[in-house]
Ligand binder design. Structure first.
Ligand SMILES: Cc1cc2nc3c(=O)[nH]c(=O)nc-3n(C[C@H](O)[C@H](O)[C@H](O)COP(=O)(O)O)c2cc1C
Length: 260
């Protein structure tokens, strides 16, 4: 193993941070590493909003399915898919007019731009997470940022052709690492496939998620008084939950706004 492999293998999500702020030196290092992330066509189809306003952080914590650690985290970064910058550049620099003179009509950013910009933003976010980890700074993704998109759009003045990709909170971890139990992953062969998709069914899935299920059972966390399966756990706790219904509704708003 080398240092990078050690870092990747030992990274954990951290949700509880000390009050120690992230120094401007460390923040700068994370920013610089983030910028080195691969980006489609080297166009940097993303932006990052640092949320420092406590009123906005408090509101964000509520809008993200009420996760108070967002309000208290020392560093909060909102990763945005951002084609707006290029729309403005094309229009304001005259590229669009030059195109029209050559009978090339304007093409508004579409579904392809949205997915590409999402890729850019998420890849940049993961570079930030790893860079932070290398400095002893923990982090947590907040997927619930996809909820309540109307309020999020208005809270941060997001114009069309920007879309929320993810939220990451950072801080110095409160709990020393060795005390944390590493999360369990599926075995390699249940994730990596060759050439054609191999649709998994019950037996393979039980094998793939067996260790996670055993841990949940050991922790007495499975439904039906701990006699249920890991499928029951995610089905009732997540898949059919109110917050997933809201995430679906809100994500549709994000996509339709971009495409309208
Ligand atoms: C897209 C995404 C969304 C996530 N959303 C949340 C969240 O809203 N709240 C939270 O506490 N953790 C969130 N997490 C963290 C996961 O729960 C965590 O990565 C997972 O349990 C595995 O733990 P590990 O990162 O320590 O290996 C999210 C992670 C990802 C990648």
């Amino acid at each position: 193993m080398n240092q990078t492999m050690d870092l990747l293998h030992n990274r954990r999500t951290h949700r509880s941070f000390t009050d120690e702020p992230i120094s401007s030196h460390d923040k700068r290092l994370i920013q610089e590493a983030t910028l080195r992330a691969p980006t489609a066509g080297n166009m940097m189809y993303y932006s990052v909003l640092e949320i420092t306003d406590q009123v906005k952080k408090d509101r964000l914590a509520l809008l993200c399915d009420n996760q108070p650690m967002i309000a208290t985290a020392p560093l909060v970064w909102l990763f945005l898919s951002d084609a707006r910058k290029w729309v403005n550049y094309y229009q304001e620099s005259g590229s669009v007019s030059k195109g029209e003179q050559k009978q090339i009509p304007w093409r508004a950013p579409g579904a392809g731009d949205l997915l590409l910009a999402m890729s850019d933003a998420l890849i940049a976010a993961q570079s930030a997470v790893i860079a932070a980890e290398s400095l002893g700074i923990g982090s947590c993704y907040i997927g619930d940022i996809l909820e309540n998109s109307e309020q999020i759009i208005s809270l941060f003045n997001l114009p069309q052709y920007t879309a929320v990709a993810t939220l990451v909170i950072f801080g110095h971890p409160k709990n020393p690492k060795p005390l944390e139990i590493p999360s369990i992953r599926c075995p390699i062969e249940s994730i990596f496939m060759e050439n054609t998709y191999q649709e998994p069914h019950l037996e393979e899935l039980q094998k793939a998620f067996g260790k996670q299920e055993a841990r949940l059972r050991q922790q007495n966390r499975l439904p039906f008084e701990n006699s249920g399966t890991i499928a029951d756990y995610y089905y009732f706790r997540k898949h059919t939950s109110d917050f997933m219904q809201e995430m679906d509704r809100s994500s549709r708003v994000i996509i339709e706004r971009w495409l309208s």
